[in-house]
Design a protein around this ligand. Structure first.
Ligand SMILES: O=C(CO)[C@H](O)[C@H](O)COP(=O)(O)O
Length: 236
């Protein structure tokens, strides 16, 4: 079974999970290839929900294409659940997210939800977070100072670049990747995150940081994880 099939399988399991929620509520929807599988699987059942709140422009576009109602988070009091993928998840449900660059809105929508349902294949499960470079969204003018502060944690800091820029042709410097919020992303490689709660709080305190892609406070409550044998449901 390949990774796409594993993502599809867990997307379908997440559809079954959220259809157990009472009808007529608003659902939080994440970003990424696994979240896309979930959106596609849920599309025939969209009327079960009064609407959705979306974690990125890309997800909004996909939801609208399927005919889901997409609501402004400011018009929504709370959510029964938020469904999203992860780049890494540890045994307690702490995650690294932001590989797709949507970490800030993902964290905001997750904070509105009673339950974070994390969906992934088993390659994302790790004993300790940090093999995946930790994304940190920043205010662009703070790149230098935030990079220096982040280096104190012991990792290697790299500015994320946009794909398909003219740098390939050696004509211009590569352009930074720009988030939906106009921020830039620093990726911090080589960390061993023994205490995610502490590191999240410390990075949040650096002036110029918009959001760190460590989801320790907004951790997963339910993990649906797929492997060749099927989908396991783990309450965290
Ligand atoms: O945090 C994210 C986007 O910002 C994604 O949830 C994360 O990158 C996982 O993506 P995928 O399901 O494509 O592996």
């Amino acid at each position: 079974m390949n990774q796409d099939q594993l993502k599809q399988m867990v997307g379908e399991a997440a559809r079954d999970e959220v259809l157990k929620l009472p009808a007529g509520q608003v659902l939080g929807v994440g970003t990424g290839s696994t979240a896309n599988c979930f959106i596609d699987a849920l599309a025939p059942h969209k009327d079960h929900f009064a609407g959705t709140v979306s974690s990125s422009n890309a997800t909004t576009e996909r939801l609208l294409k399927h005919g889901f109602k997409v609501l402004d988070p400011n018009d929504v009091q709370g959510l029964p659940a938020y469904v999203d993928g992860a780049d890494e998840i540890d045994p307690t449900g702490h995650m690294i997210k932001g590989g797709g660059g949507a970490l800030t809105r993902e964290k905001i929508i997750a904070s509105m939800a009673k339950q974070f349902i994390c969906i992934c294949d088993s390659s994302k499960q790790v004993p300790v977070l940090g093999n995946f470079a930790l994304p940190v969204e920043i205010i662009p003018l703070a790149q230098g100072v935030v990079s220096r502060e982040l280096e104190r944690f012991g990792g290697k800091v790299t500015l994320r670049l946009a794909k398909n820029t003219r740098a390939d042709l050696n004509q211009t410097p590569a352009e930074p990747f720009v988030t939906d919020n106009g921020g830039w992303i620093l990726d911090v490689a080589g960390l061993k995150i023994a205490n995610p709660v502490q590191m999240e709080a410390q990075i949040n305190q650096i002036a110029g940081v918009i959001t760190v892609g460590l989801f320790a406070k907004e951790k997963a409550n339910i993990l649906l994880v797929s492997n060749a044998a099927g989908v396991e449901r783990i309450v965290l």
